[in-house]
Design a protein around this ligand. Structure first.
Ligand code: PHE
Length: 315
C-alpha cells in the first residue's frame, strides 16, 4: 500500500485510493471496526499503520499539488515587453500655474506679494477705499453681506489698505486672492480671483503706471509689442481712473484691467500725506488673464475640478 501511494501521480487517483482505504466502506475503516477483537500488540500495530498511511496520503497530496503548480508555471511566459500602464501624474492647477507666471513677472519689477482675509470689514473693503456707506459706487459690486456687517471681499483692493496701514510708504506691492460677487455665467463666477498692484512713492506719475502695465502684459502674453488703449473710467479709489484694453488676435480690443492714480482720500485714510506721496494702483481678474492666455472660454471650468478637463488643458 505504501509503495502504491508513492507511485500515484494524479490527485484524482490519490483521492480514489484514499476513499477506498478510509471511506465509509474503506479497507482500513473495516479493520478499525474490528480492532476490539485484537490483542494489545496487534492494536498498537494497526494504530501505527493507520497513522502512517494517513501521513503518507497527505505528503503525496502536497507533492502532487506542487508538481502541478510547477508544471503550469513553466508553461506560462511573462511578457516583459508589454508597455507599463500610463502613469497618472498630477499637474499644477491652471490658476496656480498662471499665478506663478504673474507673480514672477511682478516680483521682477520690484513688487512684493501680499494676501489678506477673505471676510473683510466694511472699512477695508469700502470705506477706506473712498467708498463710504451710501456711496453710489458700492452698487458697482454685487456684494455678499454677512449678518454682522462684514462682507465677502469684493476686490483685492482691500489688501492694499491693509498693506499701507501695516507697512506704510514707500510701498510697492501686489495683493492676490479670491474675491466674491453675486454673479454667475460663462464669464462670471461668484468666486473669482483678482490681482492688484500698488506703487506709492514720491514723484510717481501716470506714465510710470502705463509703463509697468505695458511691460507686464507683454511679458505675460509673450508679445513683442503690446498695443494698448487707455480709456478714462471711474473708480472711487483712483483719480484719474483708467481702463486698459489690449489689442488681441484678429484686431479685437479686450478690456484687461482697471487702474489709476490712488485717490488722496485713500492715502489719508491710511495715514499717508498725499502732498508728499502719491502713486498708482491697477487691478485685473486673474482667472480672466489665465483664460485669455490659455484659450479657455468658461470660467466655471476652473472650479469644477473635472480631472479630464484639468489633464487636457496641457499645463
Ligand atoms: N478694484 C477694481 C475692481 O475690482 C479694479 C481696480 C484696482 C481699479 C485698482 C483701479 C485700481 O474692479
Amino acid at each position: 500500500m505504501q509503495e502504491q501511494i508513492k507511485n500515484i501521480n494524479t490527485l484524482e487517483e490519490l483521492q480514489a485510493l484514499y476513499t477506498a482505504t478510509f471511506g465509509k466502506n474503506g479497507t482500513m475503516t473495516a479493520r478499525l471496526k474490528e480492532m476490539k477483537n485484537l490483542d494489545n500488540d496487534a492494536r498498537a500495530a494497526l494504530n501505527l499503520e493507520n497513522q502512517t498511511l494517513r501521513e503518507l496520503f497527505k505528503t503525496r497530496q502536497t507533492e502532487i499539488e506542487n508538481a502541478v503548480l510547477m508544471a503550469s508555471l513553466s508553461k506560462q511566459k511573462l511578457d516583459m515587453s508589454l508597455n507599463p500602464m500610463p502613469e497618472n501624474r498630477g499637474t499644477l492647477h491652471p490658476l496656480t500655474q498662471s499665478l506663478t507666471e504673474i507673480a514672477s513677472i511682478l516680483e521682477s519689477f520690484g513688487y512684493t506679494m501680499y494676501t489678506g482675509p477673505q471676510v473683510e470689514d466694511d472699512w477695508h473693503n469700502f470705506t477706506a477705499l473712498n467708498t463710504p456707506a451710501h456711496h453710489p459706487a458700492r452698487d458697482m459690486q454685487d456684494t455678499f453681506f454677512l449678518p454682522n456687517g462684514n462682507v465677502l471681499r469684493t476686490q483685492t483692493s482691500a489688501i492694499q489698505i491693509r498693506a499701507m496701514e501695516r507697512d506704510g510708504v514707500p510701498i510697492k506691492m501686489f495683493g492676490i486672492g479670491s474675491t466674491y460677487r453675486k454673479e454667475m455665467d460663462a464669464t462670471h463666477s461668484p468666486m473669482f480671483h483678482q490681482i492688484e498692484g500698488l506703487y506709492i512713492n514720491k514723484n510717481i506719475t501716470m506714465s510710470d503706471l502705463v509703463a509697468d502695465i505695458r511691460a507686464f502684459l507683454s511679458r505675460f502674453f509673450e508679445m513683442d509689442n503690446v498695443e494698448l488703449r487707455i480709456r478714462p473710467s471711474y473708480f472711487p479709489f483712483t483719480d484719474p481712473s483708467i481702463e486698459v484694453d489690449l489689442k488681441w488676435q484678429g484686431g479685437k480690443w479686450l478690456e484687461i484691467m482697471g487702474a489709476g492714480m490712488v485717490h488722496p482720500n485713500v492715502l489719508r485714510n491710511c495715514g499717508i500725506d498725499p502732498n508728499v506721496y502719491q502713486g498708482f494702483a491697477f487691478g485685473f481678474g486673474w482667472d480672466r488673464l489665465a483664460m485669455l492666455k490659455y484659450g479657455l472660454n468658461d470660467i466655471r471650468q476652473f472650479y469644477d475640478n473635472d480631472v479630464r478637463w484639468l489633464s487636457h488643458t496641457g499645463f
